[in-house]
Write a protein that binds this ligand. Structure first.
Ligand code: SAM
Length: 259
């Protein structure tokens, strides 16, 4: 299909490698778009590594996707695809006035990092705030850091809590797949699009792991004819062998576990 370079189905989740400007027009309507597009402030191209003082900074290489902000065409496609939208970095983009920003207080202390990040939404409610420390030695959450602008899982789950009736969520700027992991944890369907293959692979791995963990807590088994490869593996392969049975590259397993 034009625009879709590769596609993976992991349980109920659909992960697409491709340019979201080409892929979004091929998708039907979703209940909500929850995303974190490039802000255009150069965070990916090494800015992060120069500012961390509280912990060893990670160099993710010289990627340039954050040199330009999310294109207006992507914003308009996102607004068309989903009835509800939560768009991180909304203060950098040309979006209409709203009553509801979601505010993430990063508890950065006295650094030159921003104190907060803002998500523009079209929710009919008041501004809401979450405090979630993400940098330094006492950061909250235990997930590995594998993307230069990765969002905390807890913050993305909090976003989904503002969308209790949205069953299918689209993230057209998926990165390492944090929105998809939050969806897997909360039993929502997810469609993710990512242009960089290395982040696409990491997202597949993370979402696969999250799906398997979720499956372990589900008492009911699906009927045999409904089993896909992933579900088959989860239901039949003993837990100690599941990592080796994963269809995603072993190198990524090592990378994710090593951080
Ligand atoms: C801010 S990051 C998202 C990080 C993500 N929230 C996470 O937790 O890992 C934006 C991502 O959008 C991707 N991207 C940039 N332009 C894109 C495009 N046109 N189509 C799809 N993905 C794109 C970049 O490669 C980058 O991984």
């Amino acid at each position: 299909m034009p625009g879709i370079i590769k596609e993976e189905r992991i349980g109920g989740q659909r992960l697409i490698l491709g340019d979201c400007l080409e892929v979004m027009p091929l998708l039907g309507k979703v209940d909500a778009v929850v995303t974190d597009p490039p802000y255009g402030i150069g965070e990916a191209a090494g800015k992060n590594k120069s500012r961390g003082k509280l912990a060893v900074a990670v160099d993710y290489g010289d990627l340039e996707w954050d040199n330009e902000p999310c294109p207006p065409k992507a914003l308009s496609l996102m607004r068309h695809c989903g009835n509800l939208q939560i768009i991180w970095g909304g203060n950098f983009f040309d979006l209409p006035p709203t009553s509801c920003y979601l505010v993430w207080d990063k508890m950065n202390g006295k650094t030159d990092f921003a104190d907060c990040e803002l998500a523009w939404t079209n929710l009919k409610q008041a501004v809401r705030l979450i405090k979630w420390q993400w940098n330094g030695m006492i950061r909250k959450g235990h997930e590995p850091r594998c993307h230069p602008t990765q969002k905390p899982l807890g913050v993305m789950k909090w976003c989904l809590e503002h969308l209790p009736d949205s069953q299918t969520i689209l993230d057209p700027f998926m990165g390492s797949g944090t929105t998809g992991v939050a969806c897997a944890n909360l039993g929502r369907k997810f469609i993710g699009i990512e242009i960089e293959e290395k982040y696409f692979d990491i997202a597949c791995k993370r979402i696969d792991q999250a799906q398997r963990q979720g499956q372990l807590f589900q008492p009911e088994k699906p009927k045999a004819e409904q089993l896909d490869t992933h579900t088959y593996m989860t239901n039949t392969v003993p837990p100690e062998r599941r990592e080796t049975a994963s269809p995603y590259p072993k190198t990524l397993v090592g990378k994710l576990a090593g951080r």
